[in-house]
Design a binder for this molecule. Structure first.
Ligand code: ATP
Length: 342
């Protein structure tokens, strides 16, 4: 089996009095997509910049395919592609000229440059902006350009700092598809993001950073395993209950705060009936409105859930949807102690 392609060993980075990254260790194998998440100021960008060789760590090691970034910077840096979270500076160049400049800096053979730039422009969905000036690109388009630049020399290790920021929903989906393709091609990708729910779609591993420390890491399934052993169930009735503003509804212990509920449209008859029946169930822990429907934690077995459904229907609740509800990453992190995720 191939060894790690990227290793961070006890990495520490200080800025004057601030310790931005504290003894952080992680390893990526080819085909690993490692999602680094955490609140503002957790140290994600600093970790990525130190891994890219743009910041000198206070101590600790970065190895790329076994090359020590400090001792063998030339060999190590050739294997890295880095997408920073800020825009490119060369505003007077066209997209093509900008990429050509970097292709030559990466020492791509002259005859390979044109075809490779075209490939990268296509992979980053920038075909229409081929001859546009960099300075005139929107934020999302600049983000795509940075991604195209990162792909140019086909590096085995990619470091992406908030690559989805500035992308519209279609752009995010395209990015996700591209990351899946890169993962399948065996790239090792370290990616930071605030968009937790989307990370679980393509990450093979996740790490949660808080105040410079990696406080949790593992596969998405490992992190999901940190949750209480209850599964979530999603129920929608023909006439939904309160839920017109579900995402803004404050919840205490799984139950919406009374004052918030009063400010919403009253629940339908079905909604009230469903809630009353669920509250009487011993295997139901928390009940939350979600997208016009209801989600609750269920501690019983699947057979008991089938019985519950039968009871609800027999009690006259017009149920049109009753299914397991996938736990998203945001929920995992919020419930496992990381408080300030944005
Ligand atoms: P965000 O999600 O807001 O981008 P982050 O997780 O990427 O945050 P960093 O930008 O790595 O966090 O910052 C980590 C810590 O280091 C913060 O406390 C920040 O204030 C501090 N910091 C970052 N850059 C510098 C700098 N150039 N000089 C001094 N302190 C810095």
């Amino acid at each position: 089996m191939a060894g790690p392609v990227l290793e961070l060993d006890c990495l520490r980075v200080d800025y004057d009095t601030v310790c931005a990254v504290h003894d952080l260790s992680l390893q990526l194998l080819p085909g690993d997509v490692y999602g680094l998440v955490g609140p503002n100021g957790a140290g994600k960008t600093t970790t990525l910049r130190a891994t890219a060789g743009l910041l000198e760590p206070t101590y600790g090691r970065v190895r790329i395919r076994g090359f020590d970034l400090h001792r063998q910077p030339h060999e190590a840096k050739r294997l890295i592609g880095f997408t920073p979270d800020h825009s490119p500076a060369y505003n007077d160049l066209t997209v093509w000229e900008y990429l050509d400049l970097y292709a030559s800096a990466y020492e791509l053979p002259r005859e390979r440059r044109g075809p490779r730039i075209s490939e990268c422009i296509a992979m980053a969905w920038l075909q229409e902006k081929h001859d546009a000036l960099v300075g005139g690109l929107s934020r999302g388009m600049k983000q795509r350009l940075m991604l195209a630049r990162t792909l140019l020399h086909d590096p085995p290790v990619m470091l992406l700092d908030e690559p989805a920021s500035g992308l519209d929903p279609l752009g995010r989906r395209e990015l996700r598809d591209l990351l899946v393709r890169l993962r399948e091609a065996g790239k090792a990708i370290l990616i930071s993001s605030h968009i937790l729910s989307e990370m679980s779609a393509f990450c093979t591993k996740m790490g949660v950073m808080e105040r410079g420390r990696l406080v949790k890491q593992g596969t998405v399934a490992d992190l999901a395993g940190l949750l209480p052993k209850a599964q979530k169930v999603f129920v929608r009735t023909a006439k939904p209950g309160w839920g017109e503003t579900p995402s803004s509804l404050p919840v205490v212990g799984g139950v919406p705060r009374a004052e918030a509920r009063q400010s919403l449209a009253p629940p339908s008859e079905d909604g009230t009936r469903l809630e009353d029946l669920l509250r009487a169930e011993s295997h139901v822990i928390g009940i939350e409105p979600r997208d016009g429907a209801v989600v609750f934690d269920w501690t019983g077995s699947d057979a008991e859930a089938a019985e519950l459904l039968r009871r609800l229907v027999n009690a006259g609740v017009a149920i049109i949807e009753f299914r397991p509800h996938a736990v998203d990453m945001e929920e995992i992190f919020l419930r496992t102690g990381v408080k300030e995720l944005s």
